[in-house]
Design a protein around this ligand. Structure first.
Ligand SMILES: [Zn+2]
Length: 333
């Protein structure tokens, strides 16, 4: 069984709100009244501390270099604009709420399926992230070996995923799993933000995929990106009614990039942004490769009863614009 890379737990100052997904891949959002605001950093560089405690097999200097590398991987995405800066070491806990963003190890034997998790302090009126902490659970064995180590989870791979949360991304559903006793085994994942980790020893998740890049680019586009990338939006329907929680995947036939999104309202509407311009094949499928609540709020009435379907037309994404009104009709299983 593979432990999950935990979704973000959200700590909110002053107000209690539900976490609601906003658009594709997912972006994280909070519901404010009737609208959803995306979580995002407004000030760069993101300043973070790391704890001065290591874990078996990982000293604090090794931890620092792995975390710096994982941040750099996100910051290097050419179509987006993010930056980060290590402020220094701290003895503070990586779960505190003290105004400092802290990354470090924590002993959480109670969380026996959680490799790592990301917490936030946000301004709930604007969605601005003002603090985010990441802990890596010392109940698991960790590796910083360049080639990976049998039986140990690759710290850089999991850090890349958690820093994706810290930046405001939710989980991607672009992955295939099989059910095994006690959980699921990942067969393939085309997103660092897939919620379930590869088996210990794997270093496959040290790189970002097209879906991760589209998600980051949607939140933090650079000026050139606004002119070159585009979006697809529309609805998924079954017998004329909207389908909630359907996974829609756009496949770029020129670059083979796969980018996913979800229908997030009762009318079955979806938007996938941050796409490279060009022809795309669309596929819609039920969320069945991880627990539904890995992706969407447990209170959402997600529909899993429909068959995988390819759209009957190729959809062209225009540069700096969007193709709207695509209707994907599905039928019950
Ligand atoms: Zn996660």
């Amino acid at each position: 069984m593979n432990p999950v890379k935990a979704g973000p737990l959200v700590l909110v100052l002053l107000l209690s709100v539900l976490v609601a997904p906003a658009y594709a891949y997912l972006k994280l959002g909070v519901r404010v009244g009737t609208r959803t605001v995306s979580l995002q950093w407004n000030a760069f560089p993101i300043r973070y501390f790391i704890t001065n405690r290591g874990a078996p097999g990982v000293d604090s200097a090794q931890f620092e270099s792995v975390i710096t590398r994982a941040f750099s991987t996100w910051n290097a995405v050419e179509t987006s604009e993010t930056s980060s800066q290590l402020v220094g070491f701290t003895a503070a806990s990586p779960t505190s709420g003290d105004g400092m963003s802290v990354l470090g190890f924590a002993s959480r034997p109670d969380l026996e399926r959680v490799l790592a998790a990301t917490n936030f302090i946000i301004d709930v009126t604007t969605g601005e992230i003002v603090e985010s902490d990441i802990f890596f659970n010392t109940a698991f064995s960790w590796s910083v070996s360049p080639a990976g180590e049998t039986g140990r989870h690759d710290l850089e791979s999991i850090a890349l995923h958690e820093i994706g949360h810290l930046l405001g991304l939710g989980h991607s559903a672009i992955g295939e799993t099989e059910v095994v006793p006690g959980g699921r085994r990942v067969l393939a994942a085309e997103a660092a933000m897939f919620p379930i980790a590869f088996s210990p020893g794997s270093i496959a998740d040290r790189t970002l995929k097209a879906d991760d890049i589209a998600g980051l680019t949607d939140i933090y586009p650079n000026p050139a990106t606004r002119r070159t990338r585009g979006s697809i939006s529309g609805r998924v329907t079954k017998n004329g009614a909207g389908v909630l929680g359907a996974h829609v995947v756009a496949f770029n036939t020129r670059t083979s990039a796969l980018v996913g999104g979800f229908t997030l309202s009762d009318d079955g509407s979806f938007t996938i942004a941050g796409l490279e311009a060009g022809p795309h094949v669309l596929r819609v499928e039920p969320l069945d490769d991880a627990e539904v609540d890995s992706f969407l709020d447990a209170s959402m009435n997600v529909d899993l009863n429909f068959r995988v379907r390819f759209h009957d037309r190729v959809v062209v994404v225009p540069q700096g614009g969007g193709t709207r009104g695509v209707e994907l009709r599905v039928v019950p299983k």
